[in-house]
Ligand binder design. Structure first.
Ligand SMILES: C[S@@+](CC[C@H](N)C(=O)[O-])C[C@H]1O[C@@H](n2cnc3c(N)ncnc32)[C@H](O)[C@@H]1O
Length: 279
C-alpha cells in the first residue's frame, strides 16, 4: 500500500497534534498567509487543501469566500478539521492515490502537507488530475539548510536514545523532503505542472502563548514528534520514572538557554512554491 508508514505515523502524530492544537497553530501561524496570498484565494474559487490537518487553510479559505475541500490521511486530523470548519468538505484518504474528483479545483494549496508521499511525482500527477486547466498550485514546505525546528532540543533528546531515529534523508518522505529547490522543480515538472517558482520565506516560530516563555510549549511539540514519541516509550522503561523526569528537566534547561528576549523563538526557513496546471 502507498504511504503506509506515513499513514501509521500521522494516525499517532495526529492525536498529539489535535490535543495540542493551540501550540501547533501558534507556532505555524506565520506560514499560512504566504500560501493564501500566493494562491490568490478569493470569493467563489474552488480550493483543494492537500494534507489539510486540523483545517487552518480551510478555515482561512472559507473566510475569504472560497469553497474549500480538504484531504488528509489522518483520521484525528480529519475529525478536527470537520469540527473546526463545518462548511468545508473534508475527506479521509491518501492524496497520492485517491480519486480527488475533478478536474474542478481552481486552486490547490498546502501548508507543510505535501512532503510525505513515497512517490511524489505520482502524487502530483494525481493532484493535477483534480485541478482545472490553468489552476494555481501554492504550497509552503521547509527549506534545506539549518532549520532549528528539527534540531533545538531534539538533538539533545535523541542523544539519550540507544537507537535514535536516523537523520532525515532529504530524498525520502518526511518534513525535509522538499527542501532542495532543484528536486522540487523536477518533481513538479515531471508531474506536468508548469511555471514552477520557489520563493524563500522566513517566518518566526514563536512558542510563547498567553505571555509564557514558550519552553513548555516547545517541550510538548518535541515530545509529540518522532524522536519524542520514541523517547516517551523507551526512556521511562530504561531509566525509570525519576530518570525520565531528570531527562525532561535537562531538556527544559536546554530550551531555556535558547530563549531570545525571554521567549523561545527561532526562524523557520521555508519555500513558498507556486505552479500552474497547463491543462
Ligand atoms: C505537518 S502536517 C500539516 C497539517 C496542516 N496542513 C497544517 O499546516 O496545520 C502534515 C499533514 O499531512 C498529512 N498527510 C501526510 N501524508 C499524506 C497523504 N499521503 N495524503 C494526505 N495527507 C497526508 C498528515 O496527516 C498531516 O495532517
Amino acid at each position: 500500500m502507498a504511504n503506509e508508514e506515513q499513514q501509521q505515523s500521522w494516525a499517532t502524530q495526529g492525536v498529539d497534534w489535535v490535543d495540542n492544537a493551540a501550540i501547533f497553530e501558534a507556532v505555524l501561524a506565520p506560514f499560512a498567509e504566504p500560501v493564501i496570498q500566493a494562491a490568490d484565494i478569493r470569493p467563489g474559487v474552488r480550493v483543494l487543501d492537500i494534507g489539510c490537518g486540523s483545517g487552518t487553510l480551510l478555515e482561512r479559505s472559507a473566510a475569504l469566500g472560497a469553497t474549500p475541500v480538504g484531504v488528509d490521511i489522518s483520521q484525528p486530523m480529519v475529525d478536527a478539521a470537520r469540527r473546526r470548519v463545518p462548511e468545508a468538505t473534508v475527506v479521509l484518504g491518501d492524496a497520492q492515490i485517491m480519486d480527488l474528483g475533478g478536474p474542478v479545483f481552481d486552486r490547490v494549496i498546502s501548508r507543510f502537507g505535501v512532503m510525505f508521499f513515497d512517490d511524489p511525482v505520482a502524487a502530483f500527477i494525481n493532484i493535477r488530475r483534480a485541478a482545472a486547466p490553468g489552476a494555481r498550485l501554492a504550497f509552503v514546505c521547509w527549506r534545506e539548510g539549518d532549520n532549528p525546528m528539527f534540531s533545538v532540543g531534539v538533538d539533545m533528546l535523541a542523544a539519550q536514545l540507544e537507537s535514535p531515529p536516523a537523520a532525515a534523508d532529504p530524498t525520502e518522505p518526511g518534513p525535509l523532503a522538499f527542501g532542495n529547490a532543484e528536486r522540487v522543480r523536477t518533481i513538479l515538472a515531471d508531474a506536468g505542472w508548469a511555471d514552477v517558482e520557489l520563493a524563500a520565506f522566513d517566518g518566526v516560530c514563536n512558542f510563547s502563548i498567553d505571555g509564557s516563555d514558550g519552553v513548555e510549549e516547545r517541550l510538548t511539540m518535541i515530545l509529540s514528534n518522532r524522536t519524542g514519541q520514541q523517547a516517551r516509550t523507551e526512556l521511562p522503561v530504561r531509566l525509570g520514572e525519576d530518570g525520565w523526569a531528570a531527562v525532561v528537566d535537562k531538556l527544559r534547561d536546554e530550551l531555556r538557554r535558547h530563549r531570545v528576549d525571554g521567549v523561545l523563538k527561532f526562524p523557520g526557513h521555508t519555500w513558498v512554491v507556486t505552479a500552474t496546471n497547463p491543462g
